[in-house]
Design a protein around this ligand. Structure first.
Ligand SMILES: *Cc1c(COP(=O)(O)O)cnc(C)c1O
Length: 826
């Protein structure tokens, strides 16, 4: 059965582009710059989107579906233009239309800045979820912040990362709609005045506060081929009103200036930390700002067509993406009690039934805790509510565990209280204040239940569930890899675009010689495309016949880019000392941003670039190894990289990577995983089979056992393993830098002789030999063309589970209970 395509009027698009170029810029097509043509084309696309957007709103008004509010500090959207065309099923029509005007669609796409309102996996997950929600026909709002500066642009100077501000809004954003009619006020600071009103009700009134105006900007989120358009609503802050020069006394003037400063700073910049908290006051302000505005909006929307606020949870659910939006629990309580006059118990029931929390990490440095005095000063009424939630919860712990044999009540309180040691523990607030707590891969959820959140799991097991992450195949295959997408459609039809489980039909081609050859020919073309990008951006020539071994992700010690580059150093040494030994040529491709203040991470980038410099210039190794560091890794170049990967490096210290999603994107594109049994790698291996992946290293259990016993002693390995000794000495003997001391801090991280409990906390040396061995197995497998083609094809064929469509359907069935919106079929 051939599915209906969405209608798209190509001639109207062409006329619209010509008209826009004329009216926006007073130019003809010949005179217009590529940026102007992009803007003109984007506005033409937006016109087509608006009709669908209005149809969706109308259908929702009639059908009154339950809505999920996906609350997240980050949405790593990537470019909208190409993706919108894909989901409108208009990519080919627009490509033709532009061709006829003498314009290359790729050049137009390249004019769009990457909206980088996120750091890495957590923000990209939010973006994939929005794509899946719209595609599956569920009503959803993404709620976030319209940062003026998103994730910084990374430039590499002399091998070092230099951060450059990302002024992504410089040329405006053609896809956004400013909705000042939905502005909300958000209050900070001051104090709470408690009094009794005429009716005898206790009133809590915040006074002496500063207030900012939250202005929403709406971005359309298109479903694939179904005409559904959801909304990503991101908030900007403005001062409440320009103060009037003729009517102020000194106090008002001071306050007006402060309010204006607060408003101008609030949404300036995204904090560039991944899996690490900065603990800055401004960050807490950002959190409350977008949450208060979003919760107010959700309540308002509900009350437009419903009158019983006690049933709010039947039409709305809040999913909190990590603890960053957790203040939503207390803000919802505040509004229900102070604005809508519910009692505590009534408000609490609604709140718990509305809120759900996703945990993204177990690493202690990423667990959000705020000092009580800061929290209380900034959010006095919210603090009162958190204090009361805590008081009641501690009561409950005491009731439940006092007089229970063998249980120390005080230790239960210490591990679960929301307020403890003068800190507000946001994860605890999220768990207590909601009805669902989920991890993001099976292994991660098990670790939460057995260790990190054990006491909570024992007290409220019904709240815990797993939702293994996923990715959208529309962006990461249909858009990113058109050659492979077309090939797959020719083989199994196009059902995979909205049902990735159908990829398993490709399994019947795994041993088909012709299919294998075609598959690898497409991989080769994608490697040529990436090689061209690398030549243009890095001025390095790489051979598409070499193995493209890829590690692209945020730079973090637990992700172990250092393990990878140490292995490259070792291989280089090995080739130089055995020039006649057989070695399959490899191109090691890295891409990673480091948080601006994370020195070890930044030095690792310098090391990778220094190693690249020496190796790429050394003619004596005959080009057997090349090393490339791709500058400014982001969604747009990620799409090129994933399509070209042969080997997907997923080598985190077991137990540290909650899920990973880069692993899934590369699997989808036919790369073979080289990884540890961590995060979603476990499930990838489970789907594709052990023979079609390269697994090495300590298990999560082994890592956690070592940690319990204070680590291990890397000196034992250094002294007994000559490979390890040779490679570590290269860090400090000047092989890769004139200044021999430059990389000493990395050497010390691994070997720290003064403090062995702080040495090699990420088990790099412990896993080194196993990693070398896995790399050897890769080279051997790749040399056997047929074997490799089969493995690569099997990875694509077995990726069905890892669609974010599957993840979203699980959330809907097990947690959110949403209704599908029926749209008129055109
Ligand atoms: C998918 C993605 C990530 C997450 O990668 P991991 O390997 O899972 O850490 C980070 N950044 C970008 C641009 C991505 O597309």
């Amino acid at each position: 059965m051939k599915k209906k395509q969405l209608p798209f009027d190509k001639e109207l698009f062409t006329r619209s582009v010509l008209y826009n170029v004329k009216t926006l810029y007073r130019k003809t097509m010949e005179e217009a710059t590529p940026q102007e043509i992009y803007q003109a084309s984007a506005y033409a696309i937006k016109d087509a989107i608006i009709d669908h957007w209005m149809t969706t709103q109308k259908a929702a008004a009639e059908q009154d579906p339950k809505i999920v509010y996906y609350m997240s500090m980050e949405f790593l959207m990537g470019r909208a233009f190409g993706n919108n065309l894909i989901n409108l099923q208009a990519y080919k029509a627009v490509k033709e239309a532009l061709d006829e005007l003498g314009i290359d669609v790729n050049v137009v796409e390249d004019q769009e800045p990457d909206p980088a309102l996120g750091n890495g996996g957590l923000g990209r997950l939010a973006a994939c979820f929005l794509d899946s929600l719209a595609t599956l026909g569920y009503m959803a709002y993404g709620c976030g912040i319209r940062y003026k500066y998103g994730m910084f642009k990374q430039t590499i100077r002399d091998g070092y990362q230099v951060e450059v501000p990302d002024a992504w809004l410089e040329n405006g954003n053609p896809f956004e709609l400013r909705r000042s009619e939905y502005a909300k006020e958000v209050k900070f600071g001051g104090y709470v005045n408690v009094y009794t009103d005429d009716t005898g009700r206790t009133v809590f009134k915040q006074e002496g506060y500063q207030v900012v105006r939250a202005i929403p900007y709406d971005l359309p989120i298109l479903g694939y081929g179904n005409g559904m358009v959801n909304t990503l609503r991101i908030w900007d802050a403005e001062p409440i009103q320009c103060f009037q020069l003729d009517s102020f006394d000194k106090g008002d003037y001071q306050k007006a200036v402060e309010q204006e400063n607060l408003a101008s700073q609030l949404c300036e910049v995204l904090y560039p930390n991944d899996n690490h908290i900065a603990g800055k006051e401004l960050r807490l302000k950002q959190q409350y700002f977008f949450i208060s505005a979003s919760v107010q909006t959700a309540l308002k929307r509900y009350l437009k067509d419903h009158d019983n606020i006690k049933k709010f949870y039947t039409k709305a659910v809040f999913q909190l993406n990590d603890t960053h939006p957790t203040v939503a629990v207390a803000e919802l309580m505040r509004l229900l009690m102070d604005e809508y006059y519910l009692t505590w118990d009534e408000a609490w029931e609604v709140t718990v039934k509305t809120c759900c929390y996703t945990n993204h990490t177990i690493m202690s440095e990423a667990l959000e805790k705020w000092p009580v005095d800061l929290f209380q000063r900034l959010l006095p009424r919210i603090y009162q509510i958190v204090d009361e939630i805590n008081r009641r919860f501690v009561d409950q712990i005491m009731r439940q565990y006092t007089n229970s044999a063998g249980i120390d009540v005080q230790s239960k309180i210490r591990s679960m209280a929301i307020l403890y040691d003068n800190q507000v523990k946001m994860a605890h607030l999220a768990i207590v204040g909601g009805h669902s707590v989920n991890g993001v891969a099976q292994l991660h959820t098990e670790i939460l239940k057995k260790r990190e959140l054990k006491d909570f799991y024992e007290m409220m097991p019904e709240k815990f569930n797993n939702k293994t992450n996923g990715i959208t195949q529309r962006r990461f295959l249909l858009h990113a890899n058109p050659l492979l997408a077309d090939w797959i459609t020719a083989k199994i039809g196009d059902g995979w675009i909205t049902d990735l489980s159908q990829m398993d039909k490709l399994k019947s081609y795994a041993d088909d010689k012709k299919a294998q050859d075609e598959f690898m020919e497409i991989k080769h073309k994608n490697k040529e495309r990436l090689a061209k990008y690398i030549l243009e951006h890095n001025n390095i020539e790489v051979d598409p016949n070499s193995i493209f071994d890829v590690q692209v992700k945020r730079l973090h010690e637990y992700k172990r880019q250092l393990l990878n580059i140490l292995q490259v150093m070792y291989k280089y040494h090995d080739i130089k000392s055995h020039p006649n030994k057989d070695f399959y040529p490899k191109t090691y491709i890295f891409g990673a941003k480091a948080a601006a203040g994370y020195l070890t991470a930044k030095l690792t980038i310098k090391l990778i670039n220094s190693v690249a410099d020496v190796i790429n210039k050394d003619a004596s190794i005959g080009g057997k190894i090349k090393v490339v560091f791709i500058e400014d890794y982001r969604v747009s170049n990620a799409e090129l990289i994933f399509a070209a990967a042969d080997v997907s490096e997923q080598i985190s210290t077991a137990s540290k990577e909650a899920s990973g999603t880069g692993n899934m994107k590369m699997m989808l594109n036919g790369a073979v995983t080289l990884g540890t049994m961590d995060g979603a790698n476990v499930e990838i291996v489970n789907e594709v089979g052990e023979d079609n992946a390269f697994i090495f290293g300590l298990s999560s259990q082994e890592v956690m056992d070592y940690e319990k016993n204070g680590g291990y002693n890397p000196m034992d390995i250094y002294n007994s393993n000559p490979n390890v000794k040779a490679v570590l000495n290269m860090l400090v003997d000047g092989t890769f830098s004139k200044n021999k001391e430059l990389f000493r801090p990395l050497y010390n991280c691994l070997l720290n002789t003064n403090n062995s409990s702080k040495a090699d906390q990420y088990f790099i040396l412990k896993d080194f030999e196993a990693y070398l061995e896995a790399q050897r197995r890769i080279s051997e497998a790749y040399a056997d063309k047929k074997r490799w083609a089969r493995m690569a094809l099997m990875n694509t064929a077995c990726c069905g589970k890892f669609s974010s469509d599957r993840t979203i359907q699980e959330y809907v069935d097990e947690v959110w209970k949403l209704d599908k919106v029926e749209l008129p079929v055109k």
